[in-house]
Design a protein around this ligand. Structure first.
Ligand code: CDP
Ligand code: MG
Length: 159
């Protein structure tokens, strides 16, 4: 039941100075950061990360957005971490995302607006969609030696 999920604080989150606030939410929920690094993604890597979306109409805007500045990549570990993180992140469109979710609290972009403008929806954060995706994404973003095993108080109070 202890899983790992890949989370990216996208360039809009980094440039808005929201890294600390967003990481704080995950720490408060008892999730453990086992890998953390800042990466400025280039086109080829963006295509690998978003391989499933390459043929979609929104891909060009998405590639432009994800390569426009550094992202903060995190691997978070915890019980049902993949599902738990997705719940905290909220749905893809910030306008639809409920208050209390990261996308709902810190953004309000809408598909109606981004489709008209031909840009990607700015929703601050990426989180693995399911366990298989998490495994693939963690392998793509982190080397084994960049992932750390250590104890937190959550081992006693949360796990
Ligand atoms: O990130 P999430 O898993 O919620 O959504 P996705 O369907 O896997 O899409 C990946 C990313 O593409 C989203 O987070 C958006 O940034 C972007 N996207 C977009 O700009 N316009 C859309 N119509 C759909 C997705
Ligand atoms: Mg996705």
């Amino acid at each position: 039941m202890i899983e790992r999920s890949l989370v990216l604080l996208k360039p809009d989150a980094v440039q808005r100075g929201l890294m600390g606030k967003i990481i704080c939410r995950f720490e408060d929920a008892g999730l453990k950061a086992v890998g953390v690094k800042m990466v400025w993604v280039k086109t080829e890597f963006a295509q690998k990360h978003y391989a499933a979306h390459l043929e979609k109409s929104f891909y060009p805007g998405l590639e432009k957005m994800i390569t426009e500045g550094p992202v903060l990549a995190l691997v978070l570990e915890g019980l049902h971490a993949v599902e738990t993180v997705r719940k905290m992140v909220g749905p893809t469109e910030p306008k639809t995302a409920a208050p209390g979710t990261i996308r709902g609290d810190f953004a309000h972009h809408s598909y109606e607006y981004t489709d008209k403008k031909g840009i990607a929806i700015k929703n601050l954060i990426h989180a693995s969609g399911n366990i298989a995706e998490a495994k693939e994404e963690i392998k793509l973003w982190f080397e084994d030696k960049e992932l750390h095993t250590y104890e937190t108080v959550h081992e006693k109070h949360v796990f």
